[in-house]
Write a new protein. Structure first.
Length: 95
């Protein structure tokens, strides 16, 4: 009954809770802050990615994403960004 009343008032149920995964990628070839920004945008554009942080000094990217995101999609996004010759050398998945 409460749900029906909420829907009549235009309130939609929120999305179900999804346990996110974290992936860390080793990224080589970045030389400047602009490279970092382009790689971050490329990774963020992958469907299911929620948050991205790229560190130039450590040459690592930390990505929080839904479990459906494949490692291959993340590495392909970095390769296709075509920025500063950035390449992703695999990753480590953790929760």
């Amino acid at each position: 009954m409460l749900l029906r009343r909420a829907r009549r008032q235009g309130v939609q149920p929120s999305k179900p809770f999804i346990q996110l995964e974290a992936t860390e990628l080793s990224i080589g070839g970045m030389t400047c802050a602009s490279c970092v920004a382009h790689v971050e945008r490329a990774l963020a554009s992958v469907p299911g990615v929620r948050e991205v942080s790229v560190n130039l000094a450590t040459e690592r990217a930390q990505i929080e994403h839904e479990p459906t995101v494949q490692l291959a999609a993340l590495t392909a996004a970095v390769a296709e960004s075509g920025v500063c010759g950035a390449t992703a050398d695999g990753g480590l998945r953790t929760i």
